[in-house]
Write a protein that binds this ligand. Sequence first.
Ligand code: PAP
Length: 326
Amino acid sequence: MNEKELPPHLREDNLSEETKTLISSLPWNKDFIGNLYKYKGCWYYPNTLQGVLNFEKGFKPQETDIILASFPKSGTTWLKALTIALFERLKNSNSSSDDDLHPLQSDNPHGIVPFFEFNLYLKSSTPDLTKFSSPRVFSTHMPFHTLRLTLKDSPCKIVYVCRNVKDVFVSLWYFRCAHLEKEVDMKSLFESLCEGVGSFGPFWEHVLSYWRGSLEDPKQILFMRYEEMKSEPSAQVKRLAEFLGCPFTEEEEEDGSVDKIVELCSLRNLSGMEVNNSGKTFNTVPYFTFFRKGEVGDFKNHLTPEMENKIDMIIEEKYKGSGLKF
Ligand code: PAP
């Protein structure tokens, strides 16, 4: 594949000399996109790793920061939209008129809440963060054990969204096919996921790092599940609002504010917006590729019984004794 066709975070053209030296000592692998390097237990494409290293070097947390974390394809876009809408409602209660465009109508959730490693820190360890007002909301796909080293003892809040790995896999396959504009071999993507070798993998360690973190400190980490957000959206949005310190008032609950946010952030509504059909991320990924079916259990239309069995066995082994169930 021609490197120049890839979004910047998947390429290998932005590495400092220091990073080149570092990666020459790291475990190495390769997939259909390019080289992967294992850093602190997690696999990264080279430029993404540069973003992680820049973040580690330069990020200074503030106490009020909010970090939205996930393994790719677990509900990141949705969680970002809900968080944006929850804070926006606080601003809007008195000051705005009906003609004001909601932020979600003028930009995609990824444009409003950038990733540390793909966007803000991709090229520099000292990006300009002055445009973020408090609470600053950021996102990441890094595992918690990496994130926590940079956050040190900061009390900033982390929301992690987790999704059934089988649906994550199917979603990832569609996403890769869409942005590479070719049909990616499903079997080899499946094998890499099972072996844990893939961008931000292994999946199991990723989920477990946040799961354990949330058990240790439930005030700092909220562990959410895509499946619960689908089956009881209002309850989950209220839970998110409480954790973020902006709970719904009784009055709001009575006037249907919760349902309005659920509706505003629904897949149907967001994917129909002009901005999400025409724009691209900082990394040139078209916004529309973040919206597809949004169903629980779509894996049943794609995985063979053998594939399902294989994943079930891995899940059982990896999550044994952790209290985490799918
Ligand atoms: P990312 O990690 O690359 O940002 P992410 O948003 O986590 O991607 O995952 C995309 C999935 O979330 C897609 O799932 P699917 O392929 O199974 O359909 C996408 O459809 C789904 N999704 C995006 N927005 C929403 C939403 N508002 N509600 C529910 N699901 C959504």
